[in-house]
Design a protein around this ligand. Structure first.
Ligand code: NAP
Length: 292
């Protein structure tokens, strides 16, 4: 069993990005610039945004954090997006989700210029991804593909079962794994909460991507020997065994599943760190005009 170490891989990638930024700087080029819009004070969003800003600083990007209180109006937010769309210094920006209920998330996503949509959530990027055209790929699926690539995990001709069909993880993951590419070229089954007899399906899988958000859902008796496991889930539950009083759980019962696996991502330290570094990669791609 080999651990797919997202912490180590993302650290190596950050060094590569940092070196590239230094090269741009010494050639007198423009420093990549990412902006993040954060609405309200949701604990999870605050943590994610802080890590994104910190990662930008580490690799030498310029970053801007634009904050609004929970009661910001949809029109004020849309006006800001319009302003960022035409800001030539910005290579990309993201609006941290979720947004308060009175704001239409889809409207906000679609207001972002797809050429600056480094989260890859705009329908143009989603559509281009679907067609196998150059596009900004959502950070979590992109991070998973990078991890598979760096560890040279075989995917060609394999049966890949994706559990979860969200627009940010499961569905783009199913598209990427079925694309004519390496990694890719897998035969994909996309499962969700209406899938009957899930265990019969997971038992046939060479690769399982668990992205459903149910702690330790995938048990040892649901996988075959030699399987590759990508555990996307992160659920924070109270624990009396940790100093913080919390413990993070993936969607996979690691202790049961890992002895049967060829490759497996841990939680934490697997997919999570790859997500942030992928956002940096997208910003760099945008700065270098490599997608559009
Ligand atoms: P989501 O939008 O809630 O989607 C969950 C998906 O799982 C849905 O498609 C749902 O089916 C399916 N599902 C739920 N229960 C199921 C069951 N019992 N059997 C089969 N399918 C089931 O979640 P998400 O945003 O994709 O995130 C999934 C997990 O990944 C969460 O734990 C989240 O925190 C984590 N995550 C981690 C990262 C990272 O960087 N590590 C990034 C993003 C998300 P229906 O469509 O039928 O409802």
């Amino acid at each position: 069993m080999k651990i797919l170490d997202g912490k180590q891989t993302s650290a190596a990638l950050k060094e590569e990005i940092k070196a590239e930024v230094l090269k741009i700087k010494s050639a007198g080029g423009k420093i990549p610039h990412l902006a993040v819009i954060l609405v309200g004070h949701d604990g999870g969003s605050e943590t994610y945004v802080a890590s994104k800003v910190k990662a930008c600083e580490y690799v030498g990007f310029k970053s801007s954090l634009i904050r609004y209180e929970d009661n910001v109006s949809e029109s004020e937010l849309l006006a800001k997006i319009e302003e960022l769309n035409s800001d030539d210094d910005l290579d990309g920006f993201i609006v941290q989700l979720p947004l308060p209920k009175h704001i239409d998330e889809q409207k906000v996503i679609e207001a972002i210029d797809y050429r600056k949509d480094v989260d890859g959530f705009h329908p143009i990027n989603a559509g281009r991804l679907m067609l196998g055209l150059p596009a900004f790929v959502p950070a979590t699926p992109m991070g998973i593909m990078t991890l598979l690539e760096r560890y040279q995990v075989p995917t060609d001709g394999k049966h890949c079962v994706v559990i979860g069909r969200s627009h940010i993880v499961g569905r783009p993951m199913s598209v990427l794994m079925s694309n004519k590419a390496n990694p890719g070229n897998a035969t994909v089954t996309l499962c969700h909460s209406h899938t009957p007899n899930l265990k019969e399906i997971t038992l046939q899988a060479d690769i399982i991507i668990a992205a459903l958000g149910k702690p330790e859902f995938l048990k040892g008796d649901m996988v075959k020997d030699g399987v590759t496991i990508i555990d996307v889930g992160v659920t924070r539950l109270p624990s009396d065994k940790t100093k913080s009083g919390w413990k993070l759980y993936g969607d996979v019962a690691f202790d049961e599943v890992s002895p049967k696996a060829s490759y497996i991502t841990p939680v934490p330290g697997g997919v999570g760190p790859m997500t942030i570094v992928s956002l940096l990669q997208n910003t760099l791609l945008s700065a270098k005009n490599e997608i559009y």
